[in-house]
Ligand binder design. Sequence first.
Ligand SMILES: Cc1cc2nc3c(=O)[nH]c(=O)nc-3n(C[C@H](O)[C@H](O)[C@H](O)COP(=O)(O)OP(=O)(O)OC[C@H]3O[C@@H](n4cnc5c(N)ncnc54)[C@H](O)[C@@H]3O)c2cc1C
Length: 426
Amino acid sequence: MTLRSWGQLPTAPSCDERWWSDRTKLLPDVEGTMLAYGNGRSYGDVGLNRDGMLLHTRGLDRFIAFDETTGVLTCEAGVLLSEILDVFVPRGWFLPVTPGTRFVTVGGAIANDVHSKNHHGAGTFGRHVLRFELLRSDGTRLVCSPAENTDWFSATIAGLGLTGLISWVEMELKRIPGVGMDVVNTRFAGLDEFFALNAEAESKHEYTVAWIDCLASTPRGIFMAGDHLPDSGFAMNAKTPLNVPLTPPLSLINGLSLSAFNLAYYHRPLPARHVVHYAPYFYPLDGVLHWNRIYGPRGFYQYQFVMPMTAREALDEVFKCISDSGQGSFLAVLKTFGEHTSPGMLSFPMPGATLALDFPNGGRPTRALFERLDAIVNAAEGRLYAAKDARMSRDFFQRSYPRLSEFVPYIDPKFSSDFARRVLEC
Ligand SMILES: Cc1cc2nc3c(=O)[nH]c(=O)nc-3n(C[C@H](O)[C@H](O)[C@H](O)COP(=O)(O)OP(=O)(O)OC[C@H]3O[C@@H](n4cnc5c(N)ncnc54)[C@H](O)[C@@H]3O)c2cc1C
């Protein structure tokens, strides 16, 4: 079977796949290498293992225990965040940190130490993980927490699946007053306005994020701040999503459709304040299943970087470079990371501004743009996000993750991925 990751880039010709559903079992004794596969929501090759084995973890889908007084949930690592929400939102609990899609597994959320719109208050997903069990290829089972096997704990959070397979997890949920979100929208023009709005909003609101039109000569966008609201009359669970049933022969995203979309989106009638269900606020893209197919058979790249706040000029340069290239992204998201230290040795977030952009795979011109962007991000001492990456160089990765040499000894000798072979040679 040919597995692709979320970016649908033509990769990984074939690999051996095994369904994994019994958390008490030992890992298989393989000739080559293996890797856990969550729900395939990473954009690049971090979850692929060409010619090796992939262990599908969605069979590890059981809830094990829940403490109604503390919100501590124990579940298997293949449980989806959407399954947690479906069960626990009606009881008044929510995820402490959630990425922009709820269709990721708990194991996948740990392996990339995912972040959300509340990074300034909550830090990354890994900060809310209390314990997990790690299975190693030599048959060892390690229970890891901030107090026990602590080095394995911080190697496995953001460990890109390379330290072994996480079988079960104990994590905190947080109390919410209801399913609704109170959202304040503000249009902005220019990065100075964005940073001013953001500084004020972070002191008042739990969640902050901005959509940004990077094709405009001066970047402009819509800043969205949100907070959970007491019950607002919404149905508990999200609506059934629409679907893109097949991949069109050509990408539906091109310069013309992008400019038209960005213009219309920026100028659409926008209430200054409104109340919405949590699902469209946190997961607007989950409203259309398989939306990644609209990019056609050549797929698309996501480019996400973070750079320190002090690198303001570099951020201006990034926008200029994208605008000059004419290769915009209609899903550009700009936000800031706060001061919380991430628990993983290879966690992506660091204090600064992060921008995520989707680009149709236009071949050489797209790759040339990425090289120009890499040079700016690198000079600004920023880094790229492995969960979104399919092409960064070994040199860039090794220079931008300062705890890499500390991490390497924890790699399981029987685990590997296409990403690891590209950036780590293992
Ligand atoms: C629309 C969209 C929006 C997104 N928004 C965000 C966002 O806001 N913030 C953010 O941080 N990320 C975001 N992401 C990225 C996504 O959250 C991560 O890529 C996540 O890791 C995907 O989880 P998954 O279960 O699909 O795992 P996969 O993509 O299948 O695998 C990811 C990694 O996890 C490892 N892994 C999976 N399960 C286990 C396990 N049981 N044990 C050990 N390793 C395991 C795999 O080996 C692989 O290295 C977004 C992705 C999409 C598609």
